[in-house]
Design a protein around this ligand. Structure first.
Ligand SMILES: [Zn+2]
Length: 298
């Protein structure tokens, strides 16, 4: 029986034990006392690594054997190194897999650590829970940042959240600094920068009540997501797109579909489907663990 521990980094770190592609027991959250307003953003990379190691160790008591540990991180990750992480900038360049391997060893655990982009981990988690390990899974994660995850992972950055969706030079709210990016429209931080006088939740609520400025923005928000999704349909074909993440509640599927239908007109590409999944940390965590086990065979 294969055993792995999965961990996901969001506004905190959540870890769980996975046996034979299923989550066993409860999830542990680290650190236990955290300022919710800032999350992990002010914690240095080294301490974040320690938190991850503690989270993994909490699910693998010393003396027990785990085959692999998988960690999901919001950022561009390659070969165990965080190449960039606009929403957790302190992680840029961090050699997470190597540091964690050493940190776990100190805690009496010898196992291979694999690191994944958080949206890719969600896609792997969806594939595992829905028995779709043989199919292409694509998912948008709508949170502080905007992630695009794919399973199976075939390499490459696939930073879908930084797709260019507008040529308007005033669109410059993306955390990466790039102009016209999807995340610069849809990201939580970006929305706060755009509406300095209103929280994003208020913007969507006011839009429902007919406020013209807010309604216009909610249209732009859905149009931008439709534009990026249409690009992926034109590049990689139709199929199912999943939508999840802490802010997926902002998404109105019929509105997205209307915009998407106006953008995808070639009939062989129109057989796409859209599905919202309630956000939960367990999916990403399961995906990280399952992918870490698969990585042992590479
Ligand atoms: Zn960007």
């Amino acid at each position: 029986m294969s055993k792995a521990v999965g961990a996901v980094m969001t506004t905190r770190v959540v870890a769980g034990l996975i046996e034979d592609h299923r989550l066993q027991g409860g999830l542990n959250e680290f650190p236990e006392h955290i300022d919710d307003t800032n999350g992990l953003i002010e914690i240095p990379a080294e301490s974040l690594c320690d938190i991850l190691c503690d989270a993994i160790a909490s699910q693998a008591p010393a003396g027990s054997t785990i085959d692999a540990a998988g960690v999901a991180i919001p950022g561009y990750v390659d070969q165990g190194v965080v190449l960039d992480a606009p929403n957790l900038p302190q992680l840029k360049g961090a050699q997470i897999a190597a540091s964690m391997g050493a940190g776990l060893k100190k805690r009496g655990i010898e196992t291979r650590v694999s690191v994944f982009n958080d949206a890719d981990a969600v896609a792997a988690g969806i594939a595992a829970t829905r028995g779709q390990m043989d199919r292409q899974v694509r998912v948008w994660t709508i949170g502080n940042g905007i992630g695009f995850g794919r399973y199976p992972n075939t390499g490459g950055p696939w930073e879908g959240g930084h797709s260019v969706v507008t040529l308007d030079p005033r669109e410059k709210f993306c955390g990466c600094g790039g102009r016209g990016h999807l995340e610069g429209v849809m990201g939580y931080r970006a929305m706060r920068l755009r509406f300095l006088d209103m929280e994003p939740e208020e913007v969507f609520a006011q839009a429902r009540q007919g406020n013209a400025r807010c309604r216009e923005f909610v249209e732009l928000w859905h149009c931008a997501l439709a534009a990026a999704t249409a690009s992926f349909i034109h590049l990689a074909g139709p199929g199912r797109f999943y939508f999840t993440g802490h802010n997926v509640g902002f998404l109105e599927l019929p509105l997205l579909r209307t915009h998407l239908e106006s953008m995808v007109k070639m009939s062989p590409l129109q057989s796409f489907s859209l599905e919202i999944l309630e956000p939960d940390d367990a999916t990403a965590l399961l995906g990280a663990g399952v992918s870490a086990l698969r990585a042992l065979t590479w």
